[in-house]
Design a protein. Sequence first.
Length: 277
Amino acid sequence: RAKVTLQRLAEMKARREPIVMVTAYDYPTGRTAEQAEVDMVLVGDSGAQVVLGHDSTVAVTVDEMLVLAGAVRRGVRTAFVVADLPFGSTEVSDEQAVATAVRFVKEAGADAVKLEGGGEARLSRIRAIAEAGIPVVAHVGLTPQTAVALGGLRAQGRTAESAARIVREALAVQDAGASIVVIEAVPAEVAAVVLPHLQIPVIGIGAGPADGQVLVVHDLLGITEGKTAAFVKRYGAIGPDMVAGVAAYAREVRGGVFPGAEHVYSATEAAVDAARA
Ligand code: KIV
Ligand code: NA
C-alpha cells in the first residue's frame, strides 16, 4: 500500500470514503494498525492512562510521548502518524509549541502533531506550527487535557453556549491552518451543523458520522478495564485473553508441566561430560 498523505486524506473526504483512525502507543499496536490497513494512527496522550496507568492525560511528559511515538513509527510504514502534544508542552508560547512539534517530527518521525483546543492562544499555536511546515491536527469539543476546566470528562455542546463555542472553534482552527480536526464527545446534531462548513477532514469520536472515526485501541480491543465512554464499541476481549494466557503459563510452571521435552536444547555427550567435570 502507498503511504497515506494529507492529499490522500483530502481526496478521501472529497470522495466520501470514510477515514479510519486508531490510537497506538508502541511497536506492536503500531504494527497492528498498519496490518489492519487503517489510514491514520494517533499516538494519543490517552497513553498516559491506557499504557502508563495515570488517571488523566495531563501527567504524561514530552519525553515519554516521544518514546511511545518513536516505537509506533517503527511499526507503521504507510499509515499517517499523528502525535499528541501533551499538556504543558504548548501552553507557554508559540515558540515552545513549535519547538515541541519539531521534536516529534525529528526525533519520533511523526507526520503531524495534534493539539487540543480552539481558543485564541490555541489558534496562535496552530498558526505557528503550521507555518513551521508541520501539519496540525486540531481537537475540539471534549478536550481531556483541560477537562477539569470543562467540568469533567463529559460530553460538550449540550447547552446553547457550549454548542456555539464548538462551532466557532471548529471553524477557527480550520482558518488558523489546521489540516484535520478531531471532534470529541459532541451531540451528532451539533457536529452535523459544522461539518458542511469544514473543508478539512473531520475525524469524530463520540460525535456521530463524520469524514472519519477514531477510537482508543485498548478500548476497542477490550484491554481497558472497567467502564469506557458511551461512544466506545468493543470489537474484541483481549484483556481477559491476556490474563488467561499468563494464568495458564503460571499453572504449568507450578504444576511442573512447563518446560516440556520439546522446549529444551540438546547437547552432545562430550558437552555434558565436560559440564560435569
Ligand atoms: O489521546 C487520544 O486518544 C485522543 C483521541 C481520543 C482523539 O486524543
Ligand atoms: Na489525546
